[in-house]
Design a binder for this molecule. Structure first.
Ligand code: NAG
Ligand code: NAG
Ligand code: NAG
Length: 515
């Protein structure tokens, strides 16, 4: 979970290239001609270069391995490398030669980094950043990894994160884990936000093409914002959580973190879908559009969309720069054809952020779901939350480096009373129904638009989706704009986000780190 600015502890469709080319034809960067540059290349750029035989997957993997070699000691976005990545790239290059052009997935031969909570049954470890899980053996690939491999993507490594998705302790800084140390925001060289910090750092700094993160409350949206990249936090259940170190099965979701909305949409359509190991995917599969998400990458995607403006989240005080920047963004949205419904309020917003219910529910859910995850491992040094706490107590004495305690884990371990859980859950249902849903439905909105930083809890407690897009820099520090909607509204959110991105094109790559 991301720590949020309000200060609350809550914290495939395989596309044929024919289809794929349509929405992109007008945005092709010039780097796709001779002398192809992998730096800043989109998935589409890479695929086009593969097709034209200007580039191989092996060259792409070699490029990113070199980037990681030179920059990761400072940025710490990557926790482990896949020793088999180059061999898999060579295999992808062979496959491309033997298959008809256009018959392969858009992710075929593309290197991807996945958060270290996402299980891979290969030579890599899956540890949530903790030494407690080092040497554990997962029973199978995570559901999303199975889909990535089937699409021919190359898992180049594991991304650093806030340890245990920031559910070890409140005091632990964003982007810190015992194994990964401190991940750094490449723009500011300080906090990358979390918990999917390494995923965002690494795509931002061109250490990899695309990445996956996970979110319980803010963990995709916040690091995407802070590192000036695009994050999609999908509707809960749209993407499988099977084989992902859990926090709350009611709120957890796996989603893309990429440099562009188009890359994120391609990645989303690759990983979305039913997985019998995660029952929520069966219910949510009704939301998946035929033909995938790339069809919604439309420059005119804002036309006619009704966007609610929640002024509660625009509290910039005397900061005229942020105030003016967001007013300008609202103007852009209007100019592109959106209907803005201004000054809307979520009636119970204070209870969403200050009430105890999310914290209580997640504490119960963390304990039971983590225990189930650990029990399911083939082998592991720890088999329960109690074991993890005992490991940490012992380990922090052995480690010479600073550790940050484990109050969240201890609180979850000690939490009691099923009546309390039921009450918290019924509170959360009520908060969503009388809050966000009421505003969305009552005003016939397609989405709400807010500055991203503190908005995540509204989406988190109802399992709603959100997309964040780079929205500016303040003294070099990136910030994003967030579009959120009701469950299953990804097609609308992608249209809106893509149209805004194409109208503004704000993202700039970070400066090279001083090595
Ligand atoms: C996984 O962890 C083991 C230590 O248990 C280490 O020897 C190995 O190098 C790690 N794998 C990778 C790919 O880094
Ligand atoms: C806003 O006001 C506070 C004091 O209330 C001051 O510390 C801060 O520098 C001001 N910020 C700007 C951007 O003027
Ligand atoms: C449920 O909400 C009420 C406020 O309406 C609050 O007093 C109570 O503490 C909440 N219970 C839990 C378990 O979150």
């Amino acid at each position: 979970m991301a720590s949020n600015a309000v200060g609350v502890l809550s914290f495939c469709f395989e596309l044929l290239f024919v289809i794929l080319q349509l929405p992109f034809s007008s945005v092709l960067p010039s780097s796709t001609t001779q002398g192809f540059s992998i730096q800043e290349a989109t998935v589409y750029d890479l695929q086009l270069a593969f097709q034209k035989k200007q580039l191989s997957s092996k060259q792409v993997v070699e490029f990113y391995l070199k980037q990681i070699e030179t920059q990761n000691s400072v940025l710490r976005g990557v926790l482990e490398l896949n020793p088999d990545a180059l061999a898999q790239a060579e295999k992808a290059d062979k496959e491309r030669k033997s298959k008809a052009p256009g018959s392969l997935s858009p992710l075929h031969g593309i290197p991807i980094l996945v958060k270290d909570t996402i299980a891979t049954k290969d030579r890599m470890n899956t540890t949530a950043g903790s030494f407690a899980l080092l040497g554990s053996v997962v029973p199978r690939d995570a559901g999303v990894v199975t889909r990535l491999r089937k699409a021919g993507a190359i898992i180049i490594g594991k991304a650093t994160l806030s340890e245990w998705s920031h559910y070890r302790s409140v005091a632990a800084p964003d982007g810190w884990s015992a194994r990964g140390r401190h991940g750094k925001n490449p723009y500011t060289m300080d906090s990358p936000c979390g918990s999917s910090s390494g995923s965002a750092i690494s795509v931002a700094a061109n250490l990899v093409a695309v990445s996956l993160g996970t979110e319980t409350d803010g963990s995709i949206l916040c690091p995407s914002d802070s590192n000036s990249v695009v994050g999609i936090k999908p509707t809960v259940g749209l993407t499988s959580r099977a084989g992902v170190v859990p926090v709350s099965p009611r709120q957890d979701t796996v989603g893309p973190i990429c440099r562009t909305v188009a890359d994120a949409a391609l990645l989303l359509q690759t990983i979305a879908g039913i997985d019998t190991n995660d029952k929520a995917t069966i219910i949510a599969s009704k939301y998946i559009p035929k033909g995938g998400y790339a069809q919604f990458l439309r420059k005119d995607g804002l036309r006619g969309k009704r966007l609610g403006v929640l002024r509660y989240f625009y509290a910039f005080g005397n900061d005229t720069f942020l105030h003016e920047t967001f007013e300008l963004h609202l103007k852009t949205l209007r100019e592109r054809g959106a209907v803005l419904v201004d000054n809307l309020e979520i009636e119970n917003i204070d209870e969403v952020y200050s009430g105890p219910s999310e914290g209580i529910a997640v504490a119960f859910e963390f304990k039971s779901s983590l225990n189930a995850y650990l029990k399911d491992l083939v082998a592991s040094p720890v088999r329960s939350l109690a074991d993890v706490i005992a490991f940490n107590n012992k380990h922090s004495k052995l480690e010479k480096v600073k550790e940050y305690g484990e109050d969240l884990m201890v609180n979850a371990q000690n939490i009691r009373g099923s009546g309390t859980l039921e009450e918290a859950l019924s509170n959360l249902t009520r908060l969503s129904k009388d809050g966000f849903e009421k505003v969305m439905i009552g005003n016939k909105l397609d989405a709400v638009v807010v500055p991203c930083a503190s908005f995540s809890s509204v989406l988190a407690i109802g399992g709603y989706p959100g997309v964040t897009v780079p929205a500016g820099y303040q003294n070099g520090r990136p910030f994003g704009i967030c579009f959120g909607g009701l469950r299953g509204s990804e097609p609308n959110l992608i249209q809106i986000a893509y149209s805004f991105e194409q109208a503004t094109m704000i993202r700039k790559p970070p400066p090279l780190p001083k090595l």
